[in-house]
Design a protein. Structure first.
Length: 165
């Protein structure tokens, strides 16, 4: 038997609340999806003004980030014509997303879920997770992901960029 940690509905609600605060800061109403480690949807919110067409995209970004255990934009470069993963975006019935806006949720070095956001431009959905989701939280760098981090702990829920553009 295997024991693992999984996000629950309370974790998902906190992540959505924090993501909504950040979306309001940048002035883009987002569709926000949270999945468990296998990519199955736990919670979803379409903010007032969020694009209806972005509903499925946000869910698929969270799915990709959790199931593939990597940020969705990491597939962007490797899925271009001539690259090793060209065409991967058509895999799994077209659910695999290759644009920014999906990040794995990492706790104690393990992917425990995914978060996906959509409604803004690809640049906006990739850039918006720069600041902490929850007020008063402190950034902590994950050993697993150098470029992006999303770490759950008993005290903090945060999402942010390790590097600054």
């Amino acid at each position: 038997m295997k024991t693992f940690t999984r996000l629950d509905i309370d974790d998902a609600r906190k992540l959505i609340a924090g993501a909504a605060v950040q979306a309001e800061r940048i002035g883009v109403p987002m569709c926000i999806a949270i999945t468990d480690e296998s990519g199955q949807l736990i919670a979803f919110e379409r903010m007032e003004g969020g694009k209806v067409t972005s509903t499925t995209i946000a869910i698929d970004k969270a799915f990709t980030a959790a199931a593939a255990k990597k940020a969705t934009h990491d597939y962007g470069t490797s899925s271009q014509p001539g690259a090793p993963a060209y065409g991967i975006n058509s895999a799994i019935g077209g659910r695999l997303m290759v644009v920014g806006g999906g990040l794995p949720v990492i706790w104690q070095g393990q992917v425990v879920g995914g978060i996906g956001v959509s409604s803004g431009t690809p640049r906006k959905t990739r850039m918006w997770p720069r600041r902490d989701l929850m007020p008063g939280s402190r950034p902590t760098v994950s050993e697993t992901h150098r470029r992006h981090r999303l770490i759950l702990s008993a005290r903090y829920l945060l999402i942010g960029r390790v590097d600054q553009e």
